[in-house]
Design a protein around this ligand. Structure first.
Ligand SMILES: C[S@@+](CC[C@H](N)C(=O)[O-])C[C@H]1O[C@@H](n2cnc3c(N)ncnc32)[C@H](O)[C@@H]1O
Length: 399
């Protein structure tokens, strides 16, 4: 390591060893301290500036790559060079991204979950461009964009490589009035488009085919939604409801979930953290379905999307378990945790399908589920967001 003595942040020379969840690479300073280096790849020698110091590690950001990895590529999106923080792994080749995601998941299952030799498989290849049907953008003086990598200022993007074609023109030319943020959403199969502006839609100029709504209007009780079709099911998705941001990715998740659910004996299915009811609607077949969902907007959609299901608007942790043959659980990044695992296990389900967006919480939950008598059969990595370090998995547990 070498340090500069100027007032600017010190530049350090580092050799990166492995990628970690979130996208950075690990390196060690000469004293042994761990540095998480944004923008570096395993095997590379880089110069980096330290961006933050912590008790046991530091964070740094690459300023120059001195010896490049063979997996390094030129980012396909020109906005990366302008500082856009929307897609964090565009400098890593797509095959290497996929391999890295498989390794991160396997490592988390072993280290945090105590799973011996986990079976971790890749899902189908998914589109690398034009795949996002939900985009949350900040509004700057010259238009919509993403926050700068590890910064607050806005990089207006004009053309966005990952925006679905139905959203691309809105990103490039939309007039968002006095809004500070906009969530753009479309139904790839239906052609529906919606713009949710915060704090309000005042002054917005968008094509008449776009349903425009302000956060203030939703606060006042107004409702706005679009429809999307996944795996042959038409689903209502309200402005504030969670929905998978890639329809091809959602189809891939459904395929893996459905195959895991099919292995369970007859009996009820619980769709926990069910959102608008995606998995209950597509993987339930003839089973009685109970959806557990906290958000009022998503629960209202689930009632429309699954008219014969029982939809309970509550925190999963507060559910009074009823008997089920199979649970599908798709929690937010924090995962199930001790209470979520305890409640869902108490349903008596012999099969639990865990959809996870975070390798660390997946690893921890795998350990908690093992303590409840579950065994991990396999984990599939569904690479829904190529160009980013986002890791989405479906794990099939049985007991
Ligand atoms: C990752 S999303 C998955 C939604 C749905 N399974 C899908 O694929 O579209 C997680 C969902 O869990 C809900 N949620 C978050 N914490 C919750 C909790 N403690 N109890 C119930 N629902 C929760 C969120 O509102 C969100 O709809």
């Amino acid at each position: 390591m070498t340090g500069s003595t100027s007032a600017r942040p010190p530049v350090v020379r580092l050799v990166a060893t492995a990628l970690v969840a979130g996208g950075a690479a690990v390196a060690r300073q000469s004293g042994g301290r761990v540095v998480l280096v944004e923008g570096a790849l395993p095997g590379e020698t880089v110069d980096a500036v330290v961006t933050s110091e912590h008790a046991s590690y530091a964070r740094a950001s690459v300023v120059e790559v001195l010896e490049a990895s063979p997996d390094r590529v030129s980012p396909p999106c020109p906005n990366v060079a302008r500082g856009c923080g929307g897609c964090g792994w565009q400098y890593l080749s797509v095959p290497a991204q996929r391999q890295a995601k498989l390794s991160l998941v396997a490592e988390a299952l072993v280290r945090l979950g105590g799973v011996e030799s986990p079976r971790v498989e890749p899902g189908p290849p998914l589109p690398t461009e034009g795949y996002r049907t939900t985009l949350r953008l900040a509004i700057g003086p010259d238009g919509a964009g993403f926050r700068r990598y590890h910064g607050h200022d806005i990089v207006e993007v004009g053309e966005c490589l990952v925006a679905h074609p139905l959203l691309a023109d809105l990103v490039a030319t939309g007039g968002f009035g006095f809004a500070r943020e906009v969530t753009l959403r479309c139904g790839a199969a239906t052609g529906d488009r919606l713009a949710l502006l915060a704090p309000s839609a005042a002054g917005a100029v968008l094509p008449p085919s776009v349903l425009v709504v302000g956060e203030d209007e939703l606060e006042a009780g107004h409702r706005a939604w679009i429809f999307e079709e996944i795996a042959g099911k038409r689903l209502r998705v309200s402005a504030r409801s969670f929905f998978q941001a890639s329809p091809r990715g959602a189809e891939a998740l459904v395929d893996v979930v459905k195959a895991a659910v099919a292995g369970a004996g007859p009996g009820a299915l619980v769709d926990a953290y069910g959102g608008v009811g995606l998995f209950g609607a597509t993987a339930g077949d003839d089973r009685a379905v109970t959806v557990l969902e906290r958000s009022p907007s998503s629960a209202a959609d689930a009632r429309v999307n699954l008219p014969s299901a029982k939809v309970l608007r509550l925190d999963v942790e507060r559910w009074r378990p009823s008997p089920a043959a199979v649970v599908v659980a798709d929690p937010p990044k924090a995962g199930l945790g001790r209470r979520g695992v305890a409640v869902l296990s108490a349903s008596g389900a012999g099969h639990l399908v865990l959809v996870s967006c975070d390798p660390a919480s997946l690893g921890r939950d795998a350990g908690l589920l093992r303590a409840q008598g579950f065994r991990l059969r396999s984990t599939t990595v569904v690479d829904m967001f190529p160009g980013t370090p986002h890791v989405e998995t479906v794990s099939a547990f049985v007991r």
